[in-house]
Design a protein. Structure first.
Length: 170
């Protein structure tokens, strides 16, 4: 999230000062305080028939690298809802969510102050390794067996979850 330079309510320049236990942008005129709230993303470790679903990113960050499918939550959305929406948007796949398997830090990047990634284990609702689409910000989507995982996996959360999946007994 970008820090405001001017108050969104009265247009006065903001100053940085202590507010609610931290240094934050504050309007000296009307008292507006900008909270730099974290972003929340969801990803799915979607497995089927001994394979895992990966998508090759078509957008930055990490354009051209493989990752577990997912994305940012929208306001008013619950995490499971967000993951189902993201999988449908990205690869046209309905999923059954099994469980939350981890919470990971999101590395701050340009225009994102950081946040958390909620990771879920899921399976396709349509049977084993259904056909996939490439929509939204996905260049390619595919099912990979353990020995086929690409070397260029983006994001620590995807790397860690795939490592755990590879170590798990079949």
């Amino acid at each position: 999230m970008l820090e405001y330079r001017f108050c969104p309510y009265c247009s006065k320049p903001l100053v940085r000062r202590n507010a609610f236990g931290a240094t934050r942008p504050v309007c000296p005129n009307c008292g507006f305080v900008q909270f730099l709230d974290p972003k929340v993303a969801v990803i799915g470790l979607v497995t089927s028939d001994g394979r895992v679903l990966l998508v090759r990113r078509g957008v930055d960050p990490e354009r051209g690298r493989w990752a577990l499918p997912g994305g940012f939550m929208d306001a008013g959305e619950m995490p499971e809802q967000a993951l189902k929406r993201e999988l449908m948007e990205e690869v046209g796949l309905e999923i059954n969510i099994e469980e939350l398997v981890g919470i990971y830090p999101m590395v701050p990047r340009r225009r994102i102050a950081g946040g958390i990634v909620l990771a879920y284990r899921a399976t396709p609702a349509q049977g084993d390794c259904p056909a996939l689409e490439q929509n939204d910000d996905v260049d390619e989507a595919s099912w990979f067996a353990a020995g086929e995982i690409p070397a260029d996996v983006a994001f620590e959360s995807s790397q860690e979850l795939l490592s755990e999946w590879l170590r798990a007994p079949a």
